[in-house]
Design a protein around this ligand. Structure first.
Ligand SMILES: NC(=O)c1ccc[n+]([C@@H]2O[C@H](COP(=O)([O-])OP(=O)(O)OC[C@H]3O[C@@H](n4cnc5c(N)ncnc54)[C@H](OP(=O)(O)O)[C@@H]3O)[C@@H](O)[C@H]2O)c1
Length: 326
């Protein structure tokens, strides 16, 4: 697979998001997850994404157990800063005196002695970003971490952080139906030479065309609480996706592949990380890397999924409040 550069970090142009192997979208499937991880590397994926919060450490442990013997084949990104408690409560912690300990825990679970890209998962509003990034920079000096990243961050915070230590990548939700980064963060990344990693690039499965029921989310499925995935909003959004499916079919592709090709058409230094725990979805999604959309096709998709056409907010209010946005 071809590659791109996030700052000075070279990665496959499509990575693999590993979150759903441990949480969020339906029951885990450890054996299929293991096959998916190996298949990703075999197909040339060199960029794997996890976080200490995913499954309360389960996700990092999975990657460490399955891939320790292939560590030299991929760039490993993980994150810290979201704190989850077993009773379901959630908080953020970016205190500089916590950063080294969180990193050591991740290294142990991942069975490695370095992290290629270490992200702050969410800004801690109680801690100046300069302090958190200063502590992260000390991990680079110590050789534990090679590059720094920030997730769901405003352009203003990015600029402050980048002045302390070069930021290699920003990771935020970006897809056909979530266009928020286009206003401020993406232009700032372009200006500063910072890469951009779109998360939920196939819209938490919505943009694949394979979701057909907005009223039957199982327990613990994140989408049950997300306004776009329920009731009338789901029905309206699903109708837009039907148009995406038709657009894709006319070109001999799937909706998921076009959703990913659309992101790649937005420029260099963008590496989406579709998430899956299944080999078949992985293989399909990676096909998006081979599709070159023309400017007219991109414009048509831009217009089809214009923010005014999307029904419902992307997050419920409490989650939205934890986002640092411009
Ligand atoms: N920084 C952050 O705050 C943040 C937040 C969310 C996610 N992330 C990262 O971004 C990655 C991707 O985001 P995401 O997982 O939320 O959303 P996503 O990649 O847009 O969608 C994942 C969902 O789509 C399904 N899927 C993937 N390809 C498919 C296909 N071709 N056909 C049908 N279904 C398909 C997956 O199913 P299965 O799971 O059943 O395979 C999963 O339910 C995560 O794994 C995580 O690493 C980061």
């Amino acid at each position: 697979m071809r590659s791109t550069r996030l700052g000075s970090l070279e990665v496959s142009v499509i990575g693999l998001g590993c979150m759903s192997m441990s949480q969020s979208y339906g029951p885990a499937d450890p054996a299929e997850s293991e096959r998916t991880l190996h298949r990703a590397l075999d197909l040339g994926v060199t960029f794997l994404d996890t976080a200490n919060a995913y499954g309360l450490g389960h996700n990092e442990e999975l990657l460490g157990r399955v891939l320790a013997g292939r560590r030299h084949e991929f760039r490993l990104a993980t994150k810290f800063g979201i704190v989850k408690f077993p009773d379901g409560r959630r908080g953020v912690d970016g205190h500089p005196d916590q950063v080294a300990a969180r990193c050591e825990e991740s290294l142990a679970r991942l069975r490695t002695d370095y992290i290629d890209l270490y992200y702050l998962h969410r800004l801690d509003p109680k801690v100046p970003i300069e302090d958190t990034v200063g502590a992260m920079a000390r991990l680079v000096e110590a050789g534990k971490v090679r590059h720094l990243g920030l997730s769901e961050i405003s352009s203003k915070t990015l600029r402050r952080a980048h002045a302390v230590h070069p930021i290699t990548a920003v990771q935020s939700e970006y897809s056909l139906w979530t266009r928020d980064p286009e206003a401020h963060v993406l232009p700032a990344c372009l200006e500063l030479g910072v890469g951009f990693v779109p998360f939920s690039p196939v819209g938490r499965a919505m943009l694949t065309g394979r979701l057909n029921d907005g009223g039957a989310w199982p327990k613990h499925d994140l989408r049950a609480d997300m306004p776009r995935f329920v009731g009338e909003n789901f029905t309206r959004n699903r109708a837009l996706v039907a148009e995406l499916e038709a657009f894709a079919a006319a070109r001999g592709h799937t909706a998921a592949q076009i959703a990913l090709a659309w992101l790649l058409a937005k420029g260099e230094g963008i590496a989406p990380i579709p998430g899956t725990k299944r080999v078949s979805y992985l293989e399909e999604d990676l096909g998006g890397a081979d599709i070159a959309l023309g400017a007219d096709e991109v414009a048509r998709l831009d217009a089809l999924f214009a923010p005014a056409n999307i029904a419902g907010e992307r997050y419920p209010p409490a989650l939205q409040a934890s986002i640092d946005s411009d």
